[in-house]
Write a protein that binds this ligand. Structure first.
Ligand code: ADP
Ligand code: 5GP
Length: 197
């Protein structure tokens, strides 16, 4: 017998910039029901094609700090010179509705989520097949300057080492395979038997 409405899970997906989070998540959301993406706040400028409220909520530094100080963020971090944070209210609302929520956030944010939610959060690290693939994908995306790409590649070395404390590693070589593996992780988690501690 089932036990009524199941509780939702929080999935955290991290990778170095250019690792494929946006691409993979777009496919995953089309494939799975009851999975929603948490839209973060950021102080960086929108890229061509991004719209406010879809990829991010684009806010000023003042607005970000106001929300942070008033406890409206579940986690936050400064990444590549801009502030990013996860708003708490939409996440709590989605979980209460029995939906699973996926956060595409950096390794600092993932650490905060693990601290605050413990095993209720499932941490997945998306790895590029190699650093050469990562550089090539960042260049092909054409959204950052050569200097920004150098900065992101340097940060990637540290970020890649953080996989050690994630729950799962998915290599984003063939896109469909990476999406299949992520879907398998979400579906397996939904089948977990929950025990009282
Ligand atoms: P992130 O959101 O992690 O910064 P993106 O999703 O923007 O990364 O991916 C970076 C670039 O790599 C994009 O141009 C995207 O189209 C490309 N890309 C993503 N996954 C793959 C893949 N499996 N094979 C080839 N190119 C990919
Ligand atoms: P981008 O600007 O390329 O979309 O994202 C840059 C980095 O910020 C990525 O590593 C991305 O995962 C991270 N990021 C996006 N939103 C959040 C967030 O809400 N919190 C944290 N900690 N990192 C985020």
């Amino acid at each position: 017998m089932g036990s009524g409405r199941r509780r939702g899970w929080v999935f955290v997906l991290s990778s170095p910039s250019g690792g494929g989070k946006t691409t993979v998540i777009t496919h995953l959301l089309r494939r799975l029901e009851d999975l929603v993406h948490s839209v973060s706040l950021t102080t960086r400028a929108p890229r061509t094609g991004e719209s406010d409220g879809r990829e991010y909520h684009f806010v000023s530094v003042e607005e970000f700090q106001r929300l942070r100080r008033s406890g409206k963020l579940l986690e936050w971090a400064k990444v590549h010179g801009a502030y990013y944070g996860t708003p708490s209210v939409p996440l709590k609302r989605a979980l209460a509705q029995g939906k699973d929520v996926v956060l595409t956030i950096d390794v600092q944010g993932a650490r905060q989520i693990r601290r605050s939610l413990g095993e209720a959060a499932v941490l997945v690290f998306l790895e590029p097949p190699s650093m050469a693939h990562l550089r090539q994908r960042l260049q092909a995306r054409r959204t950052e300057s050569a200097q920004d790409i150098r900065h992101r590649m340097a940060a990637a070395v540290h970020e890649m080492a953080c996989v050690a404390w994630y729950d799962y590693r998915v290599v984003n070589d063939r896109l469909q395979e990476a999406v299949n593996q992520l879907a398998a992780i979400v579906l397996a988690q939904r089948c977990r038997v929950l025990r009282d501690k």
